[in-house]
Ligand binder design. Structure first.
Ligand code: PEP
Ligand code: MG
Length: 546
């Protein structure tokens, strides 16, 4: 890498997509042609309305063409934009302003800016993240208003590090990432659509770097695992990068050898290693032979689609896809865990302390109409594989009983409707509220236990999982958390209930030996961590580790 004599700078942001890349800095262009070029008033409203209609039509056909080129998950995201463009409500304020004499670009920019501000002001991560889709639409339409014949596709140099305030999903999809590259953003969010796309395609990405002065920048290194970006690195930083790259490459190579073997410790103990997924499409990138099934499928994603709450058929198809991918391997699907850090507009309740409020099974039992749709879909999907259903945030034994009764009622209802292909799968619980881990013997109505170390830790240590300030306090290897993990494992053994652990502690190589030392033999982890977790298990001796 050529050092340019510019001031070297190391910045820390939020890790949004893992991986390490270096390359030339390419600014993410300020995509919306604005200001001087845009006159505020227009002489002929009819002509302005016609040019807005033409630009909207052009934007729709550009998106439709892009949808044809990309894969299913990207297409789904672009379809959301297409639906927004085609929704007359979006452009209605612009049409009104044009009718009153405003120029089309000014009117459309103002209408979209207002809509974006509304999304950004939301308390909900989902809506804030969707504001990028609206910016994307605004900029595309403004470009077309400025230049109706504008070409759809903009080329970026291969291996470039795209740097800017934020990046739109369609801009991301225009880039050929096959030759490497990465993204570094002043703003942005790890839960944005773009971050999801970046993770799915293995493009390193860091968000939240703060104000960036990129005009003078030539090269950058992005480490999406630690959220670090080096601009115009000096010799010492380049050496640091080289060492990091060599270490990561070596670790990845060594670990890959363990991928298709069952996990076993150095002293011969078998450990079941499953994966956590949040979307059915994630399994497309995973070889089922590399894991022992799905230990946790979160279902919150289904409730965040543009169409509101998902119907039975949509859910059934999502669950069936994962079950068929897994073959006969076990698949544990968790019922909706909305609330806490995962609000669902129109479903969750506004509370002063949502982590201690109506989340998970508490909310499902409060909204049986919504819960029944999910249980019916699960009962129908169960015949396509080895399904287990899991309830989140259980804190009282009767919650298991009531969920079980509802499940039975749904199955009876389906049969009465003539749907014979249904099955009641085992019904288990997350052990993530301390009262369950302290007295697990009261919860034997559950067919299995899965320890949610993320929530268990935050509740045991009184340290919010979303607070960087108390991250050091909220450690999953605190002796108190480990004691509850061990108590749960022992209770499971005594009552012949399988016990797994599906929180992030299972992918943490510093904590994992301590979990195994306390009897954990089933973990469910991030798919990207499969190779290194299996490799690290192979090196463990349970008689000495932890
Ligand atoms: C957990 O709490 O550990 C867990 C796996 O659930 P989630 O992170 O979805 O709350
Ligand atoms: Mg949890």
């Amino acid at each position: 890498m050529v050092q340019t004599g510019r001031q070297a700078e190391k910045r820390k942001g939020r890790a949004a997509s893992p991986g390490l890349a270096s390359g030339p800095v390419v600014p993410i262009e300020d995509v919306a042609p604005r200001t001087e070029a845009m006159t505020a008033v227009a002489a002929d409203p009819a002509a302005e309305l016609a040019s807005l209609a033409q630009a909207l039509e052009g934007a729709s056909s550009q998106l439709a063409a892009l949808i044809d080129r990309v894969d299913a998950d990207a297409a789904e995201m672009l379809e959301f934009q297409l639906a927004m463009i085609e929704d007359e409500e979006l452009s209605a304020p612009a049409v009104a302003a044009i009718t009153d004499g405003a120029a089309a670009p000014v009117a459309f920019a103002a209408a979209l800016d207002a809509a974006i501000a509304g999304y950004l002001a939301s308390d909900d991560d989902y809506f804030r993240a969707r504001s990028a889709d609206l910016s994307d639409i605004r900029d595309r339409v403004l470009r077309l208003l400025a230049d109706p014949g504008m070409a759809e596709r903009r080329e970026s140099p291969k291996g470039a590090i795209l740097v800017g305030v934020d990046i739109t999903p369609s801009r991301f999809l225009e880039v050929d990432w096959s030759a490497g590259g990465a993204i570094a953003l002043a703003e942005g969010s790890p839960s944005s659509h773009v971050a999801m796309l970046a993770r799915a395609r293995g493009v390193p990405m860091v968000t939240g770097l703060g104000v960036l002065d990129i005009d003078e920048r030539a090269v950058a290194i992005v480490d999406g695992e630690t959220g670090t970006v080096w601009f115009d690195p000096d010799a010492a930083m380049q050496a640091e990068h080289e060492a990091l790259r060599a270490r990561r490459a070596h670790e990845a190579d060594a670990a890959r050898a363990y991928l298709d073997k069952p996990a076993r410790t150095a002293c011969g103990e078998a450990v079941s290693v499953m994966v956590n997924i949040a979307e059915p499409d994630e399994v497309d990138g995973i070889d089922p032979a590399h894991c022992d099934g799905v230990g946790l499928m979160r279902t919150e994603f289904l409730f965040h689609g543009p169409g509101g709450l998902p119907d039975e058929e949509t859910q059934y198809r999502a669950y069936r896809k994962v079950l068929e991918w897994a073959g006969g391997r076990s698949v544990t699907i968790r019922t909706l865990d909305a609330g806490g850090d995962k609000p669902v507009p129109g479903l969750t309740i506004a509370e002063a302390n949502p982590f201690l409020g109506c989340r998970g099974i508490r909310l499902s039992l409060l909204r049986p109409g919504v819960f029944r749709v999910q249980l019916r879909a699960l009962a129908r999907a169960a015949v396509h594989g080895n399904l287990q259903v899991m309830l989140p945030m259980v804190s009282r034994p009767e919650e298991v009983g009531r969920a079980g009764e509802l499940f039975d009622a749904c199955i009876a209802e389906l049969r009465a409707e003539g749907v014979e292909a249904v099955r009641r799968p085992p019904l288990g619980i997350m052990v993530e509220v301390p009262c369950v881990a302290i007295t697990p013997e009261r919860f034997l109505a559950a067919d299995f236990f899965s320890i949610g170390s993320n929530d268990l830790t935050q509740y045991v240590m009184a340290a919010g999982r979303d607070s960087a300030e108390v991250a050091e306090i909220g450690r999953a290897d605190d002796p108190a958390v480990l004691a509850l993990v061990e108590a749960t494992v022992r209770a499971g053994e005594a009552a012949e209930r399988s016990v797994s652990l599906c929180g992030d502690a299972g992918s943490d190589l510093d904590v994992l030996p301590k979990l195994l030392a306390r009897g954990v033999r089933r973990v469910s982890i991030a798919p990207a961590a499969l190779a290194r977790v299996k490799a690290s298990i192979a090196a463990m001796r349970l008689d000495t580790d932890g």
